[in-house]
Design a protein around this ligand. Structure first.
Ligand code: FES
Length: 157
């Protein structure tokens, strides 16, 4: 099956935080990409907070690091540049607008499809930003593209 490749022999190593960049640089650029244990992630700095998630959109592998951030129902979301899917920065939930068929004229409500994009933990220590991958044994839709576009070897962009 698709997910059997997720099991990695060096699980302990995959849990270790990886340096992603300087705090002041990311605060200025607002986003950076990084390879964390061969996984491509994007780190955002938005309204005073850091967020990290898989870099490629769960839908069809779109480049989330090139998306716009928008507030939807008070939740900051990245808008995938390819097909405009909306993903919450904090939890990786896919949002969609639901229309009530019995009330078609009403404003559609935002609903969650559940967690679709894997998010990761960001820690800041002494001016350096680190990313710790979330538990890879629990599968997530974005794993497919994370595995497909895995970085092996050099990590230059
Ligand atoms: Fe992101 Fe389709 S690839 S919305």
């Amino acid at each position: 099956d698709l997910h059997s490749s997720v099991e990695t022999p060096d699980k302990v190593k995959a849990d270790a935080p990886v340096y992603a960049g300087k705090e002041e640089d990311i605060k200025q650029s607002k986003r950076i990409t990084a390879s964390v244990h061969d996984r491509e992630v994007v780190v955002f700095y938005h309204e005073g907070k850091f967020y990290a998630m898989d870099r490629y959109c769960y839908h069809a592998g779109g480049p989330l690091h090139l998306g716009e951030i928008e507030d939807i129902n008070g939740q900051p979301c990245i808008i995938c540049p390819w097909h405009k899917y909306k993903i919450t920065l904090a939890t990786g939930e896919g949002l969609y607008q639901a229309v009530n068929p019995t009330e078609p004229s009403a404003t559609p409500k935002w609903r969650s499809k559940g967690i679709k994009q894997r998010t990761h933990t960001v820690t800041v220590d002494n001016g350096s930003v680190y990313v710790t991958l979330s538990d890879l044994s629990i599968s997530c839709d974005s794993d497919y593209y994370a595995d497909k576009y895995k970085k092996t070897g050099s990590s230059d962009m």
